[in-house]
Design a protein around this ligand. Structure first.
Ligand SMILES: *Cc1c(COP(=O)(O)O)cnc(C)c1O
Length: 411
């Protein structure tokens, strides 16, 4: 969405209270406090209410006959609640339009399906989100789409894997278990020259620290379940599109009948207001915990692209303006019982997979298991940590006690 259109949206549909800066793109901090509210349409209520609707009534035959052009015409096709979130995410991602899906996975699979044709070839990173890989292996292939997995730290060298029927390149930056960083602009350049669609899983940067569409990526997908929602209580996905592909993906997801319940949409609209503020804290605290872990004798390496010396650091610096609270580290090989003594006794870290909430998480991972194009042999046990909004010094103290239990081999 360009700046003038955004200002029009804000003035036309929000409460109209703020005196908005003219020209230039406003910061996400300001934008997300105002976009997608439509207060004037709702008796001045600050937030767009939860609309529960299946049937939409038209008062006259003329309006019924013209319903195809109505903004709201059938519950599944969208309500002011879903339109508000679509608007907010489009503004965040600088997209022409956004489609909401019932989960992050459905945002991925809906996007892939929209470009799946028998005989097509897709390029997928070897470290891709596991359920996406399952979909490629078990569903896409049966539709006649072939898939090649590529080294997730690649860039222009990806051209050697492109085939005449390559239709789509999927990107994940960074991969959510091993945190390799591809060269996004180099991939976009080689894709564009050949008319290949590019799509990125932007969940880690949450649309705030990375703006893929401004780099020429066609589609940015997020698990809104993670940072957009931000409170570990909702499943939702977003597909944000450049103008060139928007109608295709919108139509396709409408054919599938995709829609999201209004309470879930509302929770994400509520979460997104504080996204930049939360991410700033996740970023700072995450780096602090990473620096502390890097000094520990138990730790072999840190997987965090925002740290100098990380293999992905130069790419991160080029394209990102910050880092979320999710990163990895590798500890020296350790017996499972000692690992259990560490993690079972943690007071502030939960053991769970869906990150992006306010709370901290720590899990062991096994990234080697799903790879086929590359190997993952870090020399020890890979761990994934989500640094939440707790006081980072208290998180560090909890981890320090965990390492003591690991050394003692008991809780
Ligand atoms: C969690 C996650 C998904 C899937 O989102 P769901 O809402 O759980 O379906 C996709 N990609 C990444 C990177 C994720 O972390």
């Amino acid at each position: 969405m360009d700046a003038s259109k955004m200002t029009e949206t804000l003035n036309g549909l929000s409460s109209g209270e703020p005196d908005l800066p003219s020209g230039g793109r406003m910061t996400d901090e300001t934008l997300l406090c105002h976009v997608g509210r439509r207060s004037r349409d709702h008796f001045g209520a600050v937030n767009t209410p939860v609309y529960r609707a299946s049937t939409i009534l038209f008062p006259t035959l003329a309006e019924f006959d013209a319903k195809k052009s109505a903004a709201v015409r059938y519950g599944r096709r969208g309500t002011p609640t879903s339109h508000s979130l679509e608007e907010a995410v489009s503004a965040l991602e600088e997209a022409a339009g956004t489609i909401l899906t019932p989960s992050g996975v459905m945002a991925i699979t809906g996007t892939l399906l929209a470009f799946a044709e028998p005989g097509a070839h897709f390029l997928i990173p070897d470290n891709v989100y596991g359920t996406c890989r399952n979909f490629c292996e078990n569903a896409l292939k049966s539709f006649g789409v072939s898939v090649t997995y590529y080294d997730p730290a690649c860039g222009a060298d990806l051209s050697s894997l492109i085939e005449p029927n390559t239709r789509l390149i999927w990107i994940e930056a960074p991969g959510s278990q091993t945190f390799e960083m591809p060269d996004i602009a180099a991939i976009v350049e080689l894709a564009r020259a050949r008319g290949i669609v590019t799509a990125i899983d932007n969940t880690w940067a949450a649309g705030h620290f990375l703006k893929p569409l401004t780099l020429g990526v066609d589609i940015s997908v997020q698990a809104g379940t993670k940072y957009l929602g931000g409170h570990s209580d909702v499943m939702l996905g977003t597909i944000s599109c450049a103008q060139s592909v928007y109608q295709r993906v919108r139509n396709f997801t409408a054919y599938l009948g995709m829609c999201v319940g209004p309470d879930d949409v509302y929770l994400v609209l509520r979460g997104i207001r504080t996204l930049p503020l939360r991410l700033k804290q996740h970023y700072q605290s995450g780096l602090k915990v990473a620096e502390w872990l890097a000094m520990r004798p138990e730790v072999l390496k840190i997987l965090h692209p925002a740290r100098p010396g990380d293999p992905g650091h130069e790419q991160w610096k080029r394209y990102f303006t910050g880092a979320s609270g999710l990163f990895g580290f590798v500890i020296k090989p350790v017996e499972r019982t000692r690992l259990a003594a560490m993690v079972d006794g943690l007071k502030l870290f939960g053991m769970g997979s869906s990150w992006g909430g306010f709370e901290s998480l720590l899990i062991p991972t096994n990234p080697a298991a799903i790879r086929t194009a590359t190997r993952w042999e870090p020399g020890g046990q890979t761990m994934r940590i989500h640094v939440g909004l707790e006081d980072p010094d208290e998180l560090i103290a909890d981890l320090a006690r965990g390492f003591e239990r690991m050394a003692a081999g008991r809780a």
